[in-house]
Design a protein around this ligand. Structure first.
Ligand code: ZN
Length: 219
């Protein structure tokens, strides 16, 4: 039986779009929240808006540029060149410090106002770029903190936590949105939709997963 309502932290990328359709399978009513924080490419937000509208779910954009501007990173600062590889002992400079901490805090406050206690986020520690706020332990700790902070019983769902990119493609396929995810989402750090620019770290991860998924399908 479907549960009541869920809020999806939604960016219009492959992972959160897959999570949106996962949520539609498990919940009667699905809402989305999308954060703008000076991403280099605002067409990500346009893609998110269109996907949400086509799926018939509520779309709620929130501008957190001020919060994101505190930290320095190459996703929002176009004067910095993006790290192509993960530097030894550090995170790539595409890391926006505290991003999921902010996202989940704001999402939970918004959810609570809307009487929603199930929050879905597309983080995964399998294809781990070294982002500490994508790890399962962080999400669990955040879930406890949100419950204590608001004396509530939130449940944070992470359907992709233990999936690699090929398995995330397979999940989109099972949910019947393989082509939608392939053509309409934007994962590329250079803001190119669908298959993307092909050479940024996000594209390489996404396309490698797609290649493996198609190979498995062919078997
Ligand atoms: Zn790219």
């Amino acid at each position: 039986m479907k549960k009541d309502k869920a809020l999806v932290v939604f960016s219009g990328g492959q992972d959160s779009t897959t999570c949106l359709f996962w949520a539609l399978e498990h919940f009667k009513e699905v809402h989305t929240i999308t954060f703008t924080y000076g991403q280099r490419h605002s067409n990500e937000v346009d893609a998110a808006r269109k996907i949400a509208s086509d799926a018939g779910v509520d779309f709620h954009p929130v501008d957190i540029t001020q919060i994101a501007s505190i930290g320095k990173n190459s996703l929002t600062d176009s004067s910095m060149e993006m790290d192509k590889e993960k530097p030894a002992g550090s995170v790539p400079n595409t890391f926006v410090p505290g991003r999921n901490l902010f996202f989940l805090s704001i999402a939970a406050v918004y959810a609570r106002e809307s009487g929603i206690y199930d929050i879905v986020t597309g983080v995964s520690q399998t294809d781990f770029s070294g982002y500490p706020d994508c790890r399962d332990t962080f999400i669990r700790s955040m879930n406890v903190s949100l419950n204590l902070a608001m004396d509530s019983q939130f449940v944070i769902h992470t359907p992709l936590m233990w999936l690699d990119k090929a398995q995330t493609w397979a999940l989109a396929d099972r949910l019947g949105v393989f082509e939608l995810v392939r053509n309409e989402t934007i994962t590329c750090y250079n803001g190119v939709s669908g298959n993307g620019c092909g050479h940024c770290p996000a594209c390489r991860l996404r396309n490698e997963g797609l290649r493996k998924c198609l190979e498995n399908k062919g078997k």
